[in-house]
Design a protein around this ligand. Structure first.
Ligand code: ADP
Ligand code: F6P
Length: 325
């Protein structure tokens, strides 16, 4: 649909929320208005689109939001959008509200929805918003920086008490399918062990032996960063305590990693991506996703972006292990 004249754009947030989404919404709204467009906000992701929860947004509606966590538009997961009927209905609602272009802030799943809408004639641009950093076409996703710093600070606190008591601490961080939060915390917090959803076949006996070896070497505690995708931290703690005789406690950081005021990086990158998404729509582009790669803001075809699979860099994982010596 390149070449279509864009007069009204919509913006929605979809999937898990992420700190910095408000900065992106603000940038979309103000760039759109500043360039003469009408901007409509869609509440609660695709569910809100299907329910026609659509409001006009002014520059003042996004005042005082850049520093706030969560998403002022709220978000949702929506099963109906996965169906062809739901997608047809969503496209028809965009047309009814005059939404020629739609900015979708979310992860891979949300981009799949944007791709379907693009095929149905609604110009779409995706902005990567997820604390998981699990989108391959971009080295940055909105929210990761805040979430990883929140988790890092929490783990530092657990380490203090863990060392005082000479304990093993298992700390569970988010990431059902992606281990980036776990890997980064593992490196940043100097963990002895990192368990990633990408490596389900780890051997607990090796961890037990390693704990015993560490105690012989005089280490005062043993930190395990366990990703949500492996989970089972409480039972794991019981098993490890029994096998090693070392007191073991589990801490699940949970959804606090998704909240809080975004870091400077999340605010700035989200602002630039928000503005860029609007510019792409104004250029008549559709079915694109914005990214950051090799020091530059870039954009990809959504089909291409969804075909890429992000892997944990083995070198970084090896370094994390080596530094736990
Ligand atoms: P994320 O965007 O963070 O990956 P989800 O995978 O939960 O989060 O996807 C968010 C929403 O995007 C889903 O609830 C659904 O409404 C929509 N979505 C996901 N996959 C598809 C798909 N294949 N086709 C259409 N819409 C989809
Ligand atoms: O995608 C972001 C994320 O926080 C993942 O790390 C986590 O696995 C999932 O969302 C949790 O989702 P929910 O909010 O449904 O618990």
């Amino acid at each position: 649909m390149a070449g279509k004249v864009i007069r009204t754009i919509g913006v929605l947030t979809s999937g898990g929320d992420a700190p910095g989404m408000n900065a992106a919404i603000r940038a979309v709204v103000r760039t759109g208005l500043g360039k003469g467009l009408k901007v409509r906000g869609i509440r609660k992701g695709y569910q809100g689109l299907l329910n026609e929860e659509i409001i006009d947004l002014s520059a003042r509606d996004v005042s005082d939001t850049i520093q706030r966590g969560g998403t002022i538009l709220q978000t949702a997961r929506c099963e109906e959008m996965r169906t062809e009927d739901g997608q047809q209905k969503a496209a028809a609602i965009c047309k009814k509200y005059g939404i020629d272009g739609l900015v979708v802030i979310g992860g891979d799943g949300s981009f799949a929805g944007a791709q379907k809408l693009a095929n149905l004639g609604v110009n779409t641009v995706g902005i990567p918003g997820t604390i998981d950093l699990d989108i391959d076409c971009t080295e940055y996703t909105i929210g990761f920086d805040t979430a990883v710093n929140t988790a890092m600070e929490a783990i530092d606190k657990v380490r203090d008490t863990s060392t005082s008591h000479e304990r093993c601490s298992i700390i569970e961080v988010m990431g059902r399918d992606a281990g980036y939060l776990a890997l980064w915390c593992g490196i940043a917090n100097g963990a002895e062990r990192i368990l990633l959803p990408e490596e389900h076949d780890y051997d607990e006996n090796i961890i037990v032996e390693d704990i015993q070896e560490n105690r012989r070497r005089g280490k005062k505690n043993y930190i395990i960063i366990n990703a949500e995708g492996i989970g089972d931290s409480i039972n794991m703690a019981k098993r490890i305590e029994e096998a090693t005789g070392m007191e073991t406690r589990a801490t699940i950081i949970g959804h606090m990693q998704r909240g809080g005021s975004p870091t400077c990086k999340d605010r700035v990158y989200a602002s630039i991506m928000g503005a860029m998404a609007v510019d792409l729509l104004l250029e008549g582009k559709s079915n694109r996703v914005v990214g950051y790669r090799h020091g530059q803001y870039v954009d990809f075809d959504i089909d291409e972006a969804l075909g890429m699979k992000k892997m944990i860099p083995p070198y970084q994982y090896d370094i994390a292990k080596l530094l736990a010596l």
